[in-house]
Design a protein around this ligand. Structure first.
Ligand code: ATP
Length: 234
């Protein structure tokens, strides 16, 4: 077995006295798409915030390409090649589409992704490149958030609630872009409410329930019943 790109061991996470994750174990292999599912409040966002350095962790709880990164700052983790497309996009409201994308490239990492490639992937962003991000539709904002992450030329990209609140036509466009995005050896973690969609693009799935991994398996190997038991705790 090759060494996983991302190796999470016994990860706990707290908000003050409240514990949101309990001993989460998880791996992501090179070039693999992993789905993370779970009900509201299960800990999916907390997991992604932990990996991206937005939560305090212990160094050895998260290893990336063999290096303990759990205690690094968010900017250091971004510089190593982990990018987050956060829930709710979190764009810089006062900046234009293009300025938001350029900020994504500030890690200085070199790779296949450039402004032009983002515009080829989402042509509407090129048309609207000079408008403030606030004047975009939710779907276009999500495209900017994805483009901003790709501009960092990451090895691992994490999508939190990739299609939440978007129109079906935009969701389709974003899902159609995924093979291009992950087609070059990039690994991905996808948090998605629509379980069928999440499973359709991933090779493995983890289900979180109240901060614990309640199911882990290959998507072609887990049954609907297993997923529903892991999701709802039935
Ligand atoms: P959702 O689908 O609603 O985003 P989630 O699976 O991403 O859910 P998290 O957002 O990670 O879940 O939340 C996990 C738990 O941590 C929940 O019980 C939530 O109420 C709690 N929590 C999240 N953020 C905070 C915070 N800033 N302060 C205190 N508790 C928090």
């Amino acid at each position: 077995m090759p060494e996983p790109v991302l190796d999470i061991r016994k990860l706990d996470a707290h908000y003050g006295d409240f514990q949101a994750l309990y001993g989460v174990d998880m791996t992501v292999e090179a070039g693999e798409v992993v789905a993370i599912i779970g009900a509201n409040g299960a800990g999916k966002t907390t997991l992604m915030r932990s990996i991206s350095g937005l939560m305090r962790n212990r160094a050895e709880q998260i290893t990336y390409r063999g290096r303990p990164i759990g205690a690094l700052r968010a900017d250091q983790i971004a510089g190593l090649g982990i990018a987050l497309v956060p829930e709710g996009r979190q764009l810089f409201q006062s900046l234009s589409v293009e300025e938001n994308l350029i900020i994504g490239g500030r890690t200085g990492r070199k790779g296949a992704w450039s402004l032009q490639r983002i515009y080829d992937l989402f042509p509407v962003l090129q048309e609207r490149r000079n408008v403030p991000s606030t004047s975009l539709s939710g779907g276009q904002q999500q495209m900017v958030a994805i483009g901003r992450a790709l501009m960092a030329n990451p090895d691992l990209v994490m999508f939190d609630e990739i299609s939440l609140g978007l129109a079906p036509v935009i969701i389709r466009q974003i899902y159609e872009s995924l093979p291009t995005i992950v087609g070059e050896g990039m690994s991905a973690m996808i948090v998605e409410q629509d379980i069928t969609k999440a499973l359709s693009v991933s090779s493995r799935v983890y289900c979180l329930q109240e901060g614990r991994v309640s199911l882990e398996g290959r998507t072609d190997n887990v049954s609907r019943e297993q997923i529903s038991a892991a999701y709802f705790g039935t």
